[in-house]
Design a protein around this ligand. Structure first.
Ligand SMILES: Cc1ncc(COP(=O)(O)O)c(C=O)c1O
Length: 467
C-alpha cells in the first residue's frame, strides 16, 4: 500500500452509528463499530465488518472490564501481595463463569489455553486412542489429530445429514474409536449436524465426542451437560474477547492422566533433580504465567452473551442471514455454498462464489470501493472446499452482534454493481494476491504506525491471511 496523506481517524470512536434506514441494528456495542476506513476514491466510510467468523471485535463491555481490572493486574497463583490475590481470584472466577457459560458438569475441567487450535492440540495429547473426524472440519480440528501416535480416520460427509449420520454410525461400528471430533458449526457454511443425534450415535459405540464450538458459541448457546458433550473448545477472539485466551472444557479423567501439555512452573507440585510431581486439574496443563486478562475478557463476553439470551441471539443471526442469502440468490452469477441439502438453520456464516471473478478480487474490490471486510480463500478447510467444488476458494461473509442490515445491504449493492458494471478501480495480482493498483489509501496516523509506513508500503500487498 503506497501512502500519500495520512488519515486522522482520532475522532472515529465518537461518531454516531450509521443510520441503517433498515429494520435491524446491532444487538450489542462493539469497539470499532464507527471506525472510518479510506476508500480508493479518496472518501471514507464506516467499516462494514463482515469477517466476524475470523476474529470478532471486542465488546465494549469487555474492553471496559479490562480497563477496570488493569489497576489490579498482578501475578496469578504466585504471590501473597494483595493485588496478586485479587488477580488470582479474577482468574479463577473467570474460569467458573466460562464453565457455566458452556454448561459444564460440576466435575468437568476448564483449562484456559490460547485458542481453539491450542485446545484441540491439548486434547490430542490426552486422547488415549484413535480418532474419527468428518472432512468438513477446520484444519484446527483435523491436523492436531495427525500429530499424535493414534490413527485418525476422515470420513467424507455425504450430501445429506441423514446419509452423513449413517456414515458416522457405520464407521464407529466398524472399529473402536476413543473420540469423534466434530464441528458445532462449519466455519465455511455455518451448517452443522444435529449434535444430540451425533452424540447419541457416538456414545452408543462407546466413543466420546469433542465439539469444536469456535463458530457455534458466538451464535448459539449450548450446554455440555444437557447435550452430554464430552469436550468443547472455543476461542475468545471469536467471542468478542480478543485478549488471547481460549478454553478446553470437559471430562477430567483423560486430562488428569495426560502428560502436562506445557512443562514449566505452575504445573508441578514438587521438582527435584531427577523427579517431578505434576499437578492434577487445569494447572497440570497451564504452566507459565496465566493469561488473566484473556480469561476475564472471555468470561465477560460469556456474561454478555448470556444476558442477550439465545432467543435474541438466534433471531438477530437469522434475520441478517436471511437478508444476506435472499439478496445473494437474486444476484446473477452468485452461488451460495452448502454442505448438506437437508441441514437446519445454519449460523450467520455464508460462503459464496461470484462467476467470472476470483474470490481475492471480489474481497479486494469490496474493501477498496465499499469499505467492507470479508474473507476470501479456502478458510483453513481445504478438504471440504475441494469436495464441494471450491478448490480455488470462495468469499465468506459472516454476521455478529454488531452487524446491521446496512452492512448486509451494502454488500449486496456492491456485489450487484460488480456483476453488472464491474469494478471502478484497477486491480492486479501481486505476490499471488489481488491488490488495488496504485493504492493511495492512507494508513491511520494515530496508531504509532507512522514509522512503519515505509515497511508497510513495501509489504502490505503481500500480507495475506492463511488460506
Ligand atoms: C470452526 C473453527 N474451528 C477452529 C478454528 C481455529 O480457531 P483459532 O484460530 O482461534 O485457534 C476456527 C477458526 O477460524 C474455526 O472457525
Amino acid at each position: 500500500m503506497t501512502t500519500t496523506t495520512a488519515l486522522d481517524l482520532a475522532d472515529c470512536q465518537t461518531l454516531p452509528l450509521p443510520d441503517a434506514g433498515l429494520s435491524h441494528g446491532a444487538i450489542a456495542s462493539v469497539v470499532g463499530a464507527t471506525t472510518l476506513v479510506p476508500l480508493a476514491d479518496g472518501t471514507t466510510t464506516t467499516y462494514a465488518n463482515l469477517d466476524i467468523a475470523a476474529s470478532a471485535p471486542a465488546l465494549e463491555a469487555v474492553a471496559a472490564r479490562i480497563e477496570q481490572i488493569l489497576p489490579w493486574y498482578a501475578s496469578v497463583h504466585r504471590g501473597a501481595g494483595y493485588l496478586s490475590q485479587v488477580a488470582t481470584s479474577l482468574y479463577e472466577s473467570a474460569r467458573t463463569i466460562i464453565a457455566e457459560f458452556c454448561g459444564a458438569r460440576s466435575d468437568d475441567l476448564t483449562v484456559i489455553v490460547r485458542n481453539t487450535t491450542d485446545a484441540v492440540n491439548l486434547l490430542a495429547t490426552a486422547t488415549p486412542g484413535d480418532v474419527l473426524v468428518l472432512d468438513v472440519e477446520h484444519h484446527a480440528n483435523l491436523l492436531p489429530w495427525r500429530t499424535t501416535e493414534h490413527q485418525v480416520t476422515t470420513v467424507p460427509a455425504a450430501d445429506t445429514i441423514t446419509e452423513t449420520l449413517s456414515r458416522l454410525d457405520e464407521a464407529l461400528q466398524a472399529r473402536s474409536y476413543a473420540l469423534l471430533a466434530i464441528t458445532g458449526a462449519s466455519n465455511v457454511t455455518g451448517e452443522a449436524l444435529p449434535l444430540s443425534q451425533v452424540i447419541d450415535i457416538a456414545h452408543r459405540h462407546g466413543t466420546r465426542v469433542l465439539v469444536d464450538a469456535a463458530q457455534l458459541a458466538p451464535h448459539r448457546r449450548f450446554s455440555i451437560a444437557e447435550l452430554d458433550i464430552d469436550y468443547a473448545v472455543l476461542s475468545g477472539h471469536k467471542l468478542y474477547a480478543p485478549y488471547g485466551a481460549g478454553v478446553l472444557v470437559g471430562r477430567r479423567d483423560w486430562l488428569d492422566q495426560a502428560p502436562a501439555y506445557l512443562a514449566g512452573g505452575g504445573a508441578v507440585s514438587h521438582v527435584s533433580n531427577d523427579d517431578v510431581s505434576w499437578q492434577q486439574g487445569p494447572a497440570r496443563h497451564e504452566a507459565g504465567s496465566p493469561n488473566v486478562l484473556g480469561a476475564v475478557a472471555l468470561a465477560t463476553a460469556a456474561q454478555v452473551l448470556t444476558d442477550i439470551g439465545d432467543d435474541r441471539l438466534q433471531q438477530h443471526d437469522q434475520v441478517l442471514r436471511t437478508q444476506l442469502t435472499d439478496g445473494l440468490s437474486k444476484i446473477d452469477g452468485v452461488t451460495i455454498a452448502r454442505i448438506w441439502q437437508d441441514s437446519g438453520e445454519p449460523v450467520g456464516v455464508v460462503t459464496f462464489e461470484v462467476a467470472d471473478y476470483e474470490p481475492g478480487l471480489v474481497a479486494m474490490y469490496l474493501s477498496a470501493e465499499h469499505g467492507i471486510g470479508v474473507r476470501d480463500g479456502k478458510f483453513c478447510a481445504h478438504p471440504l472446499l475441494r469436495r464441494i467444488g471450491l478448490s480455488d476458494g470462495a468469499v465468506r461473509a459472516s454476521i455478529g452482534l454488531g452487524t446491521t442490515s446496512e452492512h448486509i445491504d451494502r454488500l449486496l449493492v456492491a456485489l450487484q454493481r460488480l456483476v453488472t458494471e464491474g469494478p471502478r478501480e484497477q486491480y492486479r495480482v501481486e505476490g499471488g494476491a489481488w491488490v488495488l493498483a496504485n493504492d493511495r489509501r492512507p494508513l491511520p496516523i494515530n496508531l504509532g504506525l507512522d514509522e512503519l509506513i515505509a515497511t508497510a508500503a513495501a509489504t502490505c500487498g503481500q500480507i495475506r491471511p492463511p488460506v
